[in-house]
Each structure stands twice: as structure tokens, then as C-alpha cells.
Write a protein that binds this ligand. Sequence first.
Ligand SMILES: N[C@@H](CCC(=O)N[C@@H](CS)C(=O)NCC(=O)O)C(=O)O
Length: 297
Amino acid sequence: MTRIVDHIESAWSSGHQRKLMQRATSRLQHLSNALGTGSKRRSSSMSFWDNERFKDCPKEVKEAKGLHLITMSTPNGKKVQVGLEELKEAYGTEFTWSHVNIMTNRQKEPWFLALNHNGRIPVLLDATKKDETGRPFLVMETAAILLYLAKEHDSNDKFGFKDEFERNECLQWMFFGHGGIGPMQGQLNHFGHKDEKIEYAIKRYHDETLRLYGVLDGRLSGSFTGGPEREYLAGKGKGKYSWADISIIPWVAMYERSGIEQAEMDKLPHLQAWIKRCTDRPAAKRGFENYAEPGSK
Ligand SMILES: N[C@@H](CCC(=O)N[C@@H](CS)C(=O)NCC(=O)O)C(=O)O
């Protein structure tokens, strides 16, 4: 017996035998993973989706293989629609999307709340980054979604900046949009479209939205700094079309539907020129127009 053990030990200690055994073990592991019997494969099975709360979750969401956007073509939905379309044009980035009609409150159903606990569109899934339960990486909040896309898919900073100060400037305007324009204009839309007209609320949100538009116009005009006129919100000189513009344009472009008068916009010529510049881009046009509810006109 002792001789057999000695023999095995001496075989194992020979480098050649060890390599052979290691190779065999790794082949076995590979085979067992491919057959779905290995520990790694078993833990990454679809257990995340295999839950009662996902019974009404659209199939295309559960079966997404890469980036998948759940959206509706509202200003917040459009921000990410435009961002994805720009990436597709610049890099060929692939993604799929599905529609959730917020008028029917689908965003408050259990399956949706499991994906975005806040119950609002849009939400982005990245199925290339699944955890061991099969749960895709989930991103809520449009500014965070755009920043995720910037980090993961804008490798050449086509819409971002390498320079730290320009990058920070881009963040400043993104936050200005996320914390200012979106919430204020969102409330203006809410009160402006209600049957019951509350004049105080409408005036408050109208005036604040217009004030924020004035800040954008001032930024673009260069008037605050005595600097040159700018084409875009962030970046040196005239600026560069960036995530900052992408995150604000869908709100400002819908000024008319929010009840901002043309006469008021006429006092903001730099902002009007910027709206045209941003919305003339083919990717922006697709992001604005191509995401209607399937089957609707
Ligand atoms: N801060 C959020 C806002 C998202 C948001 O308000 N989405 C609206 C549509 S524009 C929504 O889902 N509303 C439906 C609801 O509130 O139930 C973001 O930037 O993602």
C-alpha cells in the first residue's frame, strides 16, 4: 500500500503528470459547464426570472441578450432613446427595446418594480453583465443611464470628454437638466394638462421653467462670461455635442406642448438655434420618432 502511495506521489510530483491531470480536470469542468451540470452553470441559470413576479414581464425583456431599454417616448424616455441611437450611429452599438405604456400603469406592476423600484420609465438592462442568479445589471434614472452608456459604450468619448475639467462641465449641465429642467417642466406639464387649472402652480412652474431656459440661453450666448457664442453646452470654445445636450434636449424641444409661448421663446434665440442643431441630427430624429407603441399610429 505504502508503495502504491509513493508511486502516485512520485507521479504527481513529476511536472508532466501534473500538467496532464490539470488539463484533464479543466476539460471535465468545461464539459460539465457546457452540459449545465457544473456549479458555475447551475448558479447562473435563469433563477432571477423564474419567479411569480415576472409572470407578466414581456418575453423580450426576459430574453434580452445585450442592452435592452424599457421606455415610452416621453422626454425622459427620449433622452436614452437618443443616447442609444447616437451610440448606434457612432459605434454600431446594438440594443433592443420594449414599450411600456405609462398611461395604463404598467410601470407599477410587480415585474417592473423589480427592475426599477421607483416605478418609472425608462430603465436599462444590460444582459451582458448578469450576476450568478441570471439578474441583468439594471440602471434606473436617466442621468445614471446615460453615464452608464458613456462609461461602457462611448470608449472614444465621442459624446464625452477626456479632459477632467470638460468632463466635469458636462456633468454639471447633466445635473442641471436632471435636477432642474426635468422636474420643473414635468410639474408644468402635470398642472398645465390637468382639467382642474390651479393658476398658482401653473405660473410657478411656467416661470421657473422659463428661468431655467434663460440660464441655458445665457450659457449658449456666452453673455455671462463675455466669451464666444457656444454651439453646445459643455466643452471648450464653442463646445461639443455631448451627453449634456442629449440629456436636456428632449425636454426643451417640447416647450410648446408644455405651454411655453413662441413669443417667450423668441427672446431666447441661442436656445432656439441649439434646439434646431440638436434635433437636426439623424440619430436624434430616430430617437424622437421611432419609439411609438408597437401597433399604434
Ligand atoms: N428622474 C427620473 C424620472 C422618470 C420619470 O419621471 N418618468 C416618467 C415618464 S417621463 C414616468 O415614468 N411617469 C410615470 C409615473 O410616474 O408613474 C429619471 O430621470 O429617470
